[in-house]
Design a binder for this molecule. Structure first.
Ligand SMILES: Cc1ncc(COP(=O)(O)O)c(C=O)c1O
Length: 422
């Protein structure tokens, strides 16, 4: 075992060499990037895919009859096929390109929720949610008279099939749940939750940006009806993402936006629209971003999502032990239980903690000075902070290119923080 790689076979040196930014410094120190929960770094293949489009193609998709436009269209369609394969969706029409997970959630909330929910219906969700998978549902509830119900969490912030069952009733029309908490890395039992939702006649929306970027996901075997995710958290560009939706559900929904490219025929008073996914993709899309997204999922597949998840699992276990030994540290979520996730589900590669009474932003500032990038604050999850009883946390989140040395640097920087604030 080397210090860099946890497992002997995992090609950590090759992977690190593929991310140009990892050869740079921050505050004069070699960069340790542990803010992957916010966004990931980009490998050269993704940068090249975007650059190739921008320098050599540049044309819009669908509408041009000339060679460059045709090439852009072919590549755009190939990217959709790559994303479909990545999550094992049944057909390309079930993959809608969006601006990201936030837009994907809003498309479901407004296109399905506002259309089909009514007073007396119930939306079941959790306090684990990122605001992107909560506020759209609050808005739907306010507009339709539907009620929000919350699945009770255990003290470590987990749900169980029993707790999901306790919140789901015959009035439940929709369950909106995270695939992996962006605060604690906790992964709810999705398959069981989907079964409970379906048994009660409800659909399930999985908020997937953290899950999809770090773990193998098969939408068909998970049984989810909708899945939202963002390219930028999975080695791709910002401003692009996807919504997976079951074809029949997407077909029944109204688009969020209307305009060019989505139409079949337009008269002065009315218009008819294309089928899925086109009716959700009006306007000129982020073409370079979509091509980068396609390159990103192909890159992740070439390494293997199982291998990435295993690597992160080992980094997390090491980090929980080493960070947990720093005097005054409080860990949150499943890793607070001495690194052992009860309930048989390992958390994903995220460690949330506080260092004594030191404000998370102050911890983050000292870490920054040491070249270590982490996220501090409430992580767009204020109900989760209320559940944990803290205003914020320090969050170290890992990805395929992180190493044991990165964690050692984090731990050294935490000791330095203690010195600064002693
Ligand atoms: C769990 C989760 N859901 C949704 C989002 C929103 O993603 P985006 O900002 O890319 O739309 C995030 C981003 O932090 C997230 O972590």
């Amino acid at each position: 075992m080397t210090r860099r790689s946890v497992t002997r076979t995992y090609p950590i040196d090759r992977i690190r060499a593929e991310f140009p930014i990892l050869g740079t410094t921050m505050r004069g120190k070699p960069l340790v990037y542990l803010d992957n929960g916010a966004t990931s770094l980009k490998p050269q293949v993704v940068i090249d895919a975007e650059l190739d489009y921008l320098t050599r193609i540049s044309a819009s998709i669908h509408r041009g009859v000339y060679q460059l436009s045709e090439e852009a269209t072919v590549k755009f369609d190939e990217a959709r096929a790559s994303v479909r394969q990545f999550i094992n969706a049944g057909d390309d029409g079930e993959v809608v390109f969006t601006k990201g997970a936030t837009e994907s959630s809003n498309i479901v909330a407004f296109g399905w929720g506002r259309k089909f929910l009514k007073a007396g219906d119930e939306i079941v969700t959790t306090e684990l949610e990122h605001h992107a998978n909560l506020i759209p549902w609050q808005q739907v509830a306010a507009a339709t008279g539907a009620k929000l119900r919350f699945v009770p969490l255990d003290p470590a912030g987990r749900v169980s099939p029993e707790s999901v069952q306790s919140a789901v009733t015959e009035r439940t029309r929709l369950v909106a749940i995270t695939g992996m908490s962006n605060v604690t890395g906790y992964m709810p039992p999705l398959r069981e939750t989907a079964e409970i939702a379906h048994r009660n006649g409800a659909v399930i929306v999985v908020d997937g940006p953290q899950l999809v970027s770090h773990h193998p996901v098969d939408v068909q075997s998970l049984g989810c009806d909708f899945l939202t995710f963002s390219a930028h958290k999975m080695c791709g560009p910002t401003g692009v993402g996807a919504l997976y939706g079951r074809r029949d559900l997407l077909e029944a929904m109204d688009p969020l936006l209307y305009g060019g490219d989505m139409i079949v025929r337009v008269g002065k008073e009315s218009a008819t629209f294309k089928g899925v996914p086109d009716k959700f993709e009006t306007g000129t899309p982020n073409i370079s971003g979509v091509l980068g997204f396609g390159a990103a999922v192909n890159y992740l597949r070439s390494i293997g999502m199982e291998a990435i998840a295993d690597h992160e699992r080992e980094l997390l276990a090491y980090a929980a032990r080493r960070v947990g030994e720093v005097p005054g540290v409080t860990l949150y979520g499943p890793m607070a239980e001495r690194g052992v996730a009860a309930g048989g589900v390992d958390p994903g590669g995220i460690l949330s903690f506080n260092l004594g009474e030191i404000h998370p932003h102050d911890v983050g500032a000292v870490l920054d000075g040491e070249g270590v990038a982490v996220r501090t604050g409430f992580h767009c999850a204020q109900p989760m902070m209320q559940f944990l009883g803290v205003p914020g946390t320090v969050r170290a989140s890992f990805y395929l290119y992180n190493t044991l040395e990165d964690i050692d640097r984090l731990v050294n920087a935490l000791h330095k923080t203690l010195e600064v604030f002693s």
